[in-house]
Design a protein around this ligand. Sequence first.
Ligand SMILES: Cc1cc2nc3c(=O)[nH]c(=O)nc-3n(C[C@H](O)[C@H](O)[C@H](O)COP(=O)(O)OP(=O)(O)OC[C@H]3O[C@@H](n4cnc5c(N)ncnc54)[C@H](O)[C@@H]3O)c2cc1C
Length: 507
Amino acid sequence: MNFDVVIIGSGIGGLTAGALLARYGKKVAIFESHSIPGGAAHTFTRKGFTFDSGPSFYCGLGNDKPSLNPLKQVLDIVGESLDVVPYDPLGHYHFPEGTFPVYSGLEEYRQNVAKITPEGAKELAAFESKMLDLYDCLKDIPTIVLRSDWQLFLVLATRYFPSLIKSLFQVGMISGSAGDIMDKTVKDKWVRRLIDLECFLLSGLKAKGTVAPEIAFMLGERTRAGVEYPVGGSAAIIDGLINGLKRYGGKLYLNSHVDKIITKSGKATGIKLKKGEIIEASVVISNATLWDTYEHLLSPEDLPSSHRQEQLATPAVKSFMHLHLGIKAEGLENLTGHHVVVHDSNQDITVPGNTCMISIPSVWDKNLAPDGHYVVHAYTLEPYEGWEKNADYENKKKQRSQTLYKALEKVIPDIRQRVVLELIGTPLTHSRFLRRYQGTYGPAIAAGNGLFPSCYTPISGLYRVGDSTLPGIGVPAVAASGILCANTLVSPQQVEKILSLRCYQKQ
Ligand SMILES: Cc1cc2nc3c(=O)[nH]c(=O)nc-3n(C[C@H](O)[C@H](O)[C@H](O)COP(=O)(O)OP(=O)(O)OC[C@H]3O[C@@H](n4cnc5c(N)ncnc54)[C@H](O)[C@@H]3O)c2cc1C
């Protein structure tokens, strides 16, 4: 088999790059290790319950408003759309001091903060105002036009000159952390923890480690576009990208684990599958994490050793404990779908087990669970180290999942009596089913300690996409990484030609 581009992995990074490159006329094939596509965003079914393995918090995917979400921009370009269910409040934060609803509209959000800390609410307004200034300046340059090579400057200077100038004035904030802005605007301890929590939920790091544009986009988009859940769960997004890929002749091969990237004289020439088959291509794109790519898919001699060592030394965010439950829904008619529980105010929010995320997506899409039931996904950070499939494994699994049950009891006090299906996932489960190094959430590259790497590698013809490349972790970010890579592999004129068929001129 011979292709223009082969992609290792069908996470959102690999699928967006693949679908776009197919749209640009390239002969593309994606090879996925698993039987289910989507990576961290795959969906699986057990006994009639449809579970999201990872993300469930989305915004800007519907058709009502022009979207700044890079994922939506790719779906548009490959002719796909999604049915979505909008909802507000977007979630409830449960602190030991009380429960607090989080609304998409900043005014309503702040009013609720003011009930707890009036002074803090004023400071939060100052923080948000700075963030929204940043969002206003960045939002005029649609992600779909971006690329990773020098021609980016041509594109920006010729089509987005006023926005480029506006961005130059904000360059300090763009390269700084959300924590820098928080330090300048917020003293109130409660609000500082709230901001830290929102950053942690997004990047896996607190405000000091999270780049300011990531939070600016989150606040800007949830205010402007609101939040919504795709009907069918994350699978609907993955199916949309696959349909788009196939519409333009791209191929997806499941159960196709890639063993090695083949290189000759410093150039990538294809891949070798575990089954033994060799696939040739002039471009290879890895959607595997940087550790999996550099440690397993390449041999040490393929890379300059200093670059290899430096990349492999990148710190990783921890893995997860997961609880996927099917529960009886009777009497829970007013249940809402997203909750974050912080158990202990005296412990840092990043301590494993202290902050638990809960998603109950069947409150928005009843078809995800059998009649009279809900699907529940609860998860919390958990270190990979210390987990082994030994005699104590099942016992430890039960014990470490208790923090998730305790969190769920804040939302559904009799949760344990309602369970009809229980699946406990550990970091070993996470790394096995997601094929991720130590089951990590992604690289822990703190703001100020360098940028996520671009799609380029030292090997000619080998590129990378996904959450260990720029701009970072999270569904919109990995979709952006797919765009950056795909656009870099074609001329700005080719991008322009496809975009002219859609409406991604300045909004
Ligand atoms: C529990 C959890 C909750 C989350 N919640 C949210 C949320 O609500 N909102 C949000 O925006 N983001 C969320 N995220 C983050 C987001 O899901 C991820 O950042 C994103 O999906 C990662 O996509 P990716 O393309 O980088 O990689 P992945 O999804 O990891 O995809 C990589 C793919 O490559 C495949 N692969 C790896 N090695 C090989 C090989 N050798 N051969 C073949 N295939 C291979 C893997 O099987 C996988 O399918 C969450 C993540 C987790 C884990």
